[in-house]
Design a protein around this ligand. Structure first.
Ligand code: TRP
Length: 348
């Protein structure tokens, strides 16, 4: 994506952010997650917290559990049923309210998936191959480029457009996908008649959440604090995180990634700044820092974990939340697909 169009997206994102509290009824948010593991603090501060804020503002909110995306670059669905179940528990424990937010899965919404056929006709092979995020994901996977990995941004356009989503909270790496979605909407509307909005990315102003070693927080790096971990497991994980030999605690993400990641984690959980925490700990060294981080993380997650435990005790309820979300999503998807058929002249 060119610098110019990134700047333009950022500007639109800022304008929307200002308008959201004034006209929440103009917006439909669609976003989601791949059910490949448990949600962690990175997900929470990166996007879940914002979804809850949009939901509570009165924006129409839809969250997709992107189960078909799990097999873009791997050979098995793994523990997918358990991951989906726990993802719903995590969502609800964090404040996503199933009365307001539709939670649903790819595999349960056939009418949405069917948009893939007309949408694939609107993109060229060259455009698909040019997407930088797809390339990065292919390299990281060590796998050949599957047809699904190559075309998943188009599938993601189906996710966004079936419910006429017009805002998509994203990190920078997802911006090429939003650009492809806008192009698909525009081309469909031009060729056949107006059906779809051109969605905007809602760029996050939250800094990337570092894992305990200073790299991006990710389950595969073993540096993630998952929401479902116990306070004890969290304590152990923080205790064994890598810091350095320098006694005075300072915030220096480049030079001291381990210490700085711990400071950022505590800053997010307490609402204080990294500098203020570092100054307070001062000569206390990494032992004192780790103790402070452990206490702040566990205190922050305590109510979420308590709700998690309560929710996990009622499997039937969790299943019913997904069933109801799937039902509502299907209703919307079928109405959109009818509109698409009518616009394309396919009513027989
Ligand atoms: N690709 C996203 C992820 O793994 C999940 C996702 C699927 C999504 N469909 C989407 C995000 C549509 C935004 C919009 O993280």
């Amino acid at each position: 994506m060119s610098i110019d169009s990134y700047e333009a997206s950022l500007k639109r994102s800022d304008e929307i952010r200002a308008d959201l509290p004034v006209h929440p009824e103009k917006y439909t948010m669609l976003t989601g997650d791949r059910p490949t593991g448990r949600l962690h603090l990175g997900h929470y501060f990166g996007t879940i917290r914002e979804r809850v804020a949009l939901q509570d503002m009165g924006v129409a909110t839809r969250v997709i559990i992107a189960d078909y995306q799990v097999i873009t670059d791997r050979d098995s669905t793994g523990n997918i049923a358990d991951n989906v179940h726990n993802m719903i528990i995590d969502y609800l424990a964090c404040g996503i309210d199933p009365q307001k937010t539709i939670i649903f899965a790819h595999s349960a919404t056939p009418a949405s998936n069917q948009l893939m056929l007309p949408f694939l006709s609107l993109v060229t092979e060259a455009e698909l191959l040019r997407n930088p995020t797809v390339k990065t994901e292919m390299d990281a996977s060590g796998h050949a480029l599957t047809g699904l990995l190559l075309t998943y941004p188009v599938h993601q356009a189906c996710d966004i457009l079936f419910c006429k989503g017009n805002i998509v909270p994203v990190g920078k790496d997802q911006m090429p996908h939003i650009e492809q979605t806008r192009q698909i909407a525009r081309r469909f509307n031009e060729r056949y008649g107006h059906v779809f909005p051109e969605p905007d990315g809602l760029l996050s102003d939250a800094p990337a959440i570092p894992g305990l070693d200073g790299r991006k927080m990710s389950k595969s790096y073993g540096n993630a604090i998952s929401l479902s971990a116990t306070a004890d497991e969290t304590t152990k994980l923080i205790k064994k995180s890598q810091t350095d030999a320098e006694r005075t605690i300072t915030f220096d993400p480049e030079g001291r990634p381990g210490v700085s990641a711990l400071l950022t984690t505590a800053a997010l959980c307490t609402g204080r700044t990294e500098a203020a925490i570092a100054a307070e700990i001062g000569e206390g060294g990494s032992g004192t820092l780790k103790k402070y981080v452990t206490e702040s993380v566990n205190a922050y997650l305590e109510p979420i974990r308590a709700r998690r435990t309560e929710l996990a005790a009622d499997r039937g309820y969790i299943a019913s939340v997904l069933a109801e979300g799937n039902r509502r999503a299907n209703e919307i998807a079928e109405a959109t697909l009818d509109e698409v058929r009518a616009t394309m002249g396919m009513v027989y």
